[in-house]
Design a protein around this ligand. Structure first.
Ligand code: HEM
Length: 145
């Protein structure tokens, strides 16, 4: 990520973070409208899930300029997704589309192509790390228990 992209994403986050839960709820609504078959993967409480997603985005925001330091955590999240939540690599693009669209919705008229490009790059990079993590050998289930 370039310095410009990081600052674009951070300034966007400042606007949407106060509406974080609404952004996450809109994201799940859009995702399940576009991909109803993903709904069955989510077995827990969706309000809690929305909170977890926003906390993870907050964690990413705090580390945008040092992503290599959080690589292991993101890879482990990817392992959890693959092994426990049964998420396949091809599920990531529809999730990215729904997430960007929900962020754009709450940015209203302040949303620009520059915002789109920066978020697209960030989510691609996180998804790649998560998928790489899932592909690594030696995953031990008990790590998550
Ligand atoms: C952009 C990348 C993603 C991030 C940052 C992310 C973040 C998270 C987080 C933080 C959790 C909670 C984990 C826990 O409970 O310990 C979670 C759970 C989950 N995620 Fe993701 N996720 C991503 C991509 C995906 C994709 C592509 C799918 C596929 C549809 C997906 C489906 C799920 C499911 C099914 C759960 C478990 C929900 C439940 O417990 O009911 N996620 N995700």
């Amino acid at each position: 990520m370039t310095t410009q992209e990081i600052s674009t994403i951070k300034s966007c986050w400042e606007v949407i973070a106060p509406n974080g839960i609404l952004v996450a709820q809109k994201f799940y609504k859009e995702l399940f409208e576009s991909k109803p078959e993903y709904r069955r993967l989510f077995t827990g409480d969706m309000d809690k899930q929305a909170e977890k997603l926003m906390m993870t985005l907050g964690f990413l925001m705090a580390n945008l300029d040092r992503m290599s330091t959080i690589k292991k955590s993101v890879e482990d999240l990817g392992k959890l997704h693959a092994n426990h939540f049964k998420v396949l690599p091809e599920y990531y693009p529809p999730v990215k589309v729904a997430l960007i669209s929900s962020i754009a919705y709450y940015m209203e008229e302040d949303w620009t192509q520059t915002h789109h490009n920066a978020w697209d790059k960030l989510i691609n990079s996180v998804a790649t790390m998560m998928i790489n993590g899932a592909n690594k050998k030696g995953f031990k289930w008990k790590f998550w228990k």
